[in-house]
Design a protein around this ligand. Structure first.
Ligand code: HEM
Length: 467
């Protein structure tokens, strides 16, 4: 609380990071990219120059496709995702006729990778083990390569890059993605000229073919790189939250029953599985997910904190030791490209890196009364208060005090998809299974790794099929 509402800095391997309290977010989030850049901040954080992690000149197109072709068609995608999910459960989840121990983290990763793949590369590719490995490991290779490069000063990186073996893994991932996408892409391009009475395929490969400039639509390199960028942005973030949700369901039997009743009414009694508005009707589940995300954090965006105290040249305090102990999770990574003068007179020179702290905001009692209490129906109750609150408190709603999906023009365009996917999995599971912690064990604790938080990967939960 020492730095509440104040700017402060923490040391990072790319220099100081300026941590923004929410009262500054409003004036910064509307600034254009050439003044305050998300692209440059991500390029630094993930060392895009070496890792090639960047949608390049197609960044805006990609975001547009996620906002339009993906988000506006979630209802159409829902039956495909449901079918895919049921296939995974039938083929990979144990019968659970009696209480059965299951390591949830790896199973959930396969679920999210396969479901995302269904929407992005389509049914011809998404179940291939090679695609599952490549699409889920690419982000890890980028993250690790970026972290290793940042251990060295910028001027050594052009040389040291040859010693970072993870960069070779990234190149392998791209080649592997190309090999899998190539035959599908060639067939799709051929089919463009053939009149057909069948509907065109409905996945990101097709949306890109239709939207990319003429010279790039048949380019497998472009398709592969963009597909891997989407996979990296979507899989581990969604998987992280799904794990934390399941751990909280297992730890809180009362909310499990409450969500089961709601899902039963909306999806089974009202036969809502195939209906457009059904996921939005799961309001208790929506509130539960937002509360889990608020408190457990998520795999946010990565900034690697420096173990070396940095010198403060701007007069803004640097509680580096605190930061290293508490590892604030961050969102809204930006880099100042033109000098910025804040309303209180603070000057942000070119090159300043800014971040918004997730944990600092989430534990602020002015925004969330009794903030440390896990209250799964907190947002459900608030939504009853007014039509405005009903909109503002949804899982996918963002504002200056809820930055888990970022803020402003770069706020996450995939959050509506993530929301529906997580609801699908949780709803199916509460309807079909009881879940609990293993006797004598507590709720699995998240781990903090270089300013990201990730769910326990070893936790074992017990599941029993409902009769
Ligand atoms: C629970 C799951 C997710 C979380 C917590 C999450 C979080 C975030 C955050 C914090 C940002 C940065 C926003 C900013 O800087 O203002 C972001 C950006 C982005 N996310 Fe997500 N995300 C999730 C799921 C997804 C999914 C499923 C997709 C793809 C379908 C996706 C695609 C993207 C893209 C493309 C961007 C970059 C947008 C831009 O720079 O304009 N995300 N996400």
């Amino acid at each position: 609380m020492q730095f509440r509402d104040r700017l402060y800095q923490i040391g990072g391997t790319e220099g100081l990071q300026l941590v923004l309290p929410s009262n500054y977010l409003g004036e910064l989030k509307t600034l254009p990219e050439d003044v305050l850049s998300a692209k440059a901040a991500i390029a630094d954080a993930l060392q895009s120059k070496y890792t090639k992690f960047s949608p390049g000149h197609n960044a805006e197109l990609l975001t547009l496709l996620l906002r339009t072709r993906l988000t506006q068609n979630l209802a159409r995608l829902a039956p495909q995702l449901k079918e895919e999910f049921e296939y995974i459960v039938a083929t990979e989840f144990p019968a659970c006729d009696d209480w059965t121990p299951v390591k949830w983290h790896p199973f959930a990763l396969r679920v999210i990778t396969q479901l995302s793949g269904r929407a992005f590369v389509g049914p011809g590719i998404n179940r291939q083990e090679r695609w599952m490995d490549t699409s889920s490991n690419f982000a890890i290779h980028v993250f690790v390569a970026g972290a290793k490069l940042q251990l060295f000063p910028e001027w050594v990186r052009p040389v040291i890059q040859y010693l970072v073996t993870d960069l070779a893994k990234i190149r392998c991932d791209i080649e592997s993605a190309k090999a899998m996408i190539k035959p599908v892409l060639e067939e799709r391009i051929r089919d463009l000229d053939v009149p057909s009475c069948q509907d065109a395929p409905d996945d990101m490969i097709q949306w890109l073919i239709e939207a990319l400039p003429e010279g790039e639509r048949a380019d497998v390199q472009t398709q592969a790189e963009l597909q891997l960028v989407i996979a990296a942005a979507s899989i581990h973030t969604t998987h992280g939250l799904l794990c934390e949700c399941m751990y909280d369901l297992a730890a809180h039997q009362d909310i499990q029953e409450e969500l089961r009743e709601e899902a039963y009414q909306v999806l089974e009694v009202d036969e809502g599985w195939g209906r457009k508005e059904s996921m939005a009707k799961l309001k208790k589940m929506d509130s539960f997910m937002r509360e889990v995300q608020r408190l457990r954090g998520n795999i946010g965006q990565s900034v690697h904190p420096s173990p070396h105290p940095s010198t403060d040249t701007t007069g803004i305090p640097s509680p580096i030791k605190d930061a290293l102990l508490t590892l604030p999770l961050v969102s809204f990574l930006r880099k100042v490209m033109q000098p910025i003068s804040l309303s209180d007179g603070t000057q942000l020179p070119v090159g300043t890196r800014v971040v918004a702290p997730l944990a600092g905001i989430a534990h602020d009692e002015r925004f969330f009364p009794n903030p440390d209490r896990f209250d799964p129906l907190r947002f459900y109750r608030l939504r009853q208060e007014s039509a405005e609150a009903n909109n503002r408190m949804q899982f996918t709603s963002i504002d200056d005090t809820y930055v888990n999906f970022g803020a402003g023009r770069h706020a996450c365009p995939g959050r509506f998809f993530a929301s529906d996917v997580i609801k699908l999995v949780l709803a199916r599971f509460v309807l079909d299974y009881h879940v609990r912690l293993r006797p004598g064990e507590g709720r699995p604790k998240p781990k903090s790794i270089v300013m990201t938080k990730s769910p326990s990967s070893n936790a074992v939960l017990e599941f029993r099929r409902r009769s």
